[in-house]
Design a protein around this ligand. Structure first.
Ligand SMILES: CC(C)(COP(=O)(O)OP(=O)(O)OC[C@H]1O[C@@H](n2cnc3c(N)ncnc32)[C@H](O)[C@@H]1OP(=O)(O)O)[C@@H](O)C(=O)NCCC(=O)NCCS
Length: 262
């Protein structure tokens, strides 16, 4: 088994015309196109189509004998998509947020990815009290106010990534596990009583450019390993908008090492 994880990122800020959207939808299955047509909100439709285009092309990068249009998916009991034919042993997960789409692909096993924009306007302390474990919200509220936003989104994306890796959706209680941060900034996933032992999972948090946070969770043996991470990016916008997104060529911070983007 390899612990290589490829993360494909797409800056979804640029406008996409109907003609380009039709092009992006070309490799999608009939089911996906029908689902896209049901989105009432144009932005949600665009993100869905772009995400599936990104996913199909990313899978083909890993397995070039299968064309983007030929990948077939099944949906798990809580909505997690997976490959219908698991012979290449590839697992993937997708996440959308304002301005960023992310897709993780690996042969390391069940993977979960989540991205969020740090610009989201919400009462973070209130959300933490509602969704985080008591341990997490206590640690968050103990931080100086100026450090809370970054920590909040680190925890949020990691919690989402964990439930997405397990594929259980909100059937997994968000309070049933906690992330704790050590002085070194290394993080630890602690699963509370009645849940799986934490040694089964490793978790990583990355800052993507100025306004996004990315959480990644995948199986691994204790102590958590830093995955061998490759980052690739597609730029799918209109040709005239094909400027490099601001974060391409930047550096993602990994616990214990750094990785160049793009
Ligand atoms: C669907 C869910 C897994 C994530 O939703 P989300 O964060 O709104 O959306 P994301 O953009 O990160 O992820 C959506 C993608 O994950 C995948 N997905 C859907 N259901 C999934 C599941 N049960 N497990 C893993 N991945 C799933 C799909 O590929 C989906 O994209 P697509 O429909 O375009 O193919 C669900 O857990 C959820 O609604 N979570 C939000 C709940 C919350 O309150 N979180 C607080 C965190 S502290």
């Amino acid at each position: 088994m390899t612990n290589l994880v490829s993360i494909f990122l797409y800056d979804s800020n640029a406008a996409v015309s109907k003609a380009v959207l039709d092009e992006l939808a070309a490799p999608l299955s009939d089911d996906e196109r029908e689902r896209a047509a049901r989105f009432g909100h144009a932005g949600a439709r665009r993100d869905f189509v772009t995400g599936r285009f990104l996913l199909r092309h990313a899978l083909t990068r890993h397995c070039p004998t299968c064309l983007p249009k030929d990948w077939q998916f099944v949906i798990g009991p809580y909505g997690k998509p997976a490959l219908a034919d698991d012979s290449p042993a590839l697992q993937f997960n997708l996440s959308h947020t304002k301005g960023l789409l992310a897709c993780a692909i690996t042969e390391a096993g069940a993977v979960g990815i989540d991205v969020e924009t740090l610009e989201r306007k919400s009462d973070l302390e209130k959300l933490a009290r509602r969704f985080f474990s008591p341990l997490e919200s206590k640690a968050l509220l103990a931080l100086p106010v100026e450090q809370r936003r970054e920590r909040f989104f680190r925890i949020w994306t990691l919690k989402e990534a964990y439930i997405k890796a397990r594929g259980g959706g909100l059937g997994i209680s968000l309070g049933s596990f906690s992330y704790t941060f050590k002085a070194s900034d290394a993080l630890q996933l602690q699963v509370h009583e009645g849940e799986e032992p934490c040694a089964c999972w490793q978790a990583h948090s990355y800052r993507v450019g100025a306004v996004h946070r990315l959480g990644l969770v995948l199986p691994g043996s204790a102590p958590p390993r830093v995955p061998a991470l490759t980052l690739e990016s597609f730029w799918l916008g209109e040709p005239e908008h094909r400027a490099q997104p601001e974060w391409l060529g930047g550096t993602l911070e990994l616990p214990g090492s750094t990785m160049e983007v793009g």
